[in-house]
Write a new protein. Structure first.
Lengths: 116, 114
């Protein structure tokens, strides 16, 4: 069964500190992995999307890594800001046949709180 | 602003009723996706349309249905509503139906069933 597990469930850090969120998946056949940021009550916003051949991708202070062998991804946030307080969702795509036939499996997210 | 518009923003209705949620995708996007997000669950994929045709189905109940119109806007119909249907319903759109295409989410419709 395709699953995406995220850890920790929640995390509290002080402004300016770094943190790393984890995503483990059992989705197959793997197509790509995405990280989304979701502010409370708002729609998710894409941070990164990584395919099998990519092992690191950055978007400003956000850096995602992917190890397709161990089926693990991490999202590292550098020099956190109050506005980073949000839920971070890992989404893995399994491609069934061809690029247009796929299924997305969502993790339940990590709730990050950045305190002053 | 993602360019995806959902209406209404909030909806309160009684059990047993039927509601329609509307989504206008980003200009030029052919693919529309519907998701449900409950308090105790992550985002659950419901259904995807591509250029007017159903492309993929997720955990969508038989009481729920959707369609995409020729102008590419989409509607999600929820009927015989139950308390457990209370959730945030998101619509997303992408330019193509390909798995690597970036999807842009709307701000959601918060449905409360009382």
């Amino acid at each position: 069964k395709n699953q995406v597990e995220q850890s920790p469930q929640s995390l509290i850090i002080l402004e300016g500190k770094n943190c790393t969120l984890q995503c483990n998946y059992t989705v197959s056949p793997f197509s790509n992995l995405r990280w989304y940021k979701q502010d409370t009550g708002r729609g998710p916003v894409s941070l990164t999307i990584m395919t099998f051949s990519e092992n690191t991708k950055s978007n400003g202070r956000y850096t995602a890594t992917l190890d397709a062998d161990t089926k693990q991804s991490s999202l590292h946030i550098t020099a956190s800001q109050l506005s980073d307080s949000a839920s971070y969702i890992c989404v893995v795509s399994a491609e069934r046949s061809g690029g247009s036939n796929y299924k997305l499996t969502f993790g339940k997210g990590t709730l990050l709180t950045v305190n002053p | 602003d993602s360019g995806v518009t959902q209406t209404p923003k909030h909806l309160i209705t009684a059990t047993g009723q039927r509601v329609t949620l509307r989504c206008s995708p980003r200009s030029g996007d052919l693919s529309v996706y519907w998701y449900q997000q409950s308090l105790d669950q992550g985002l659950q994929f419901l259904i995807q349309y591509y250029n007017g045709e159903e492309r993929a189905k997720g955990n969508i109940l038989e009481r729920f249905s959707a369609q995409q119109f020729p102008d590419l806007h989409s509607e999600l119909n929820l009927s015989s509503l139950e308390l457990g249907d209370s959730a945030l319903y998101f619509c997303a759109s992408s330019g193509t139906g390909w798995s690597h295409a970036e999807a842009f989410f709307g701000q959601g419709t918060r449905l409360t069933v009382v």
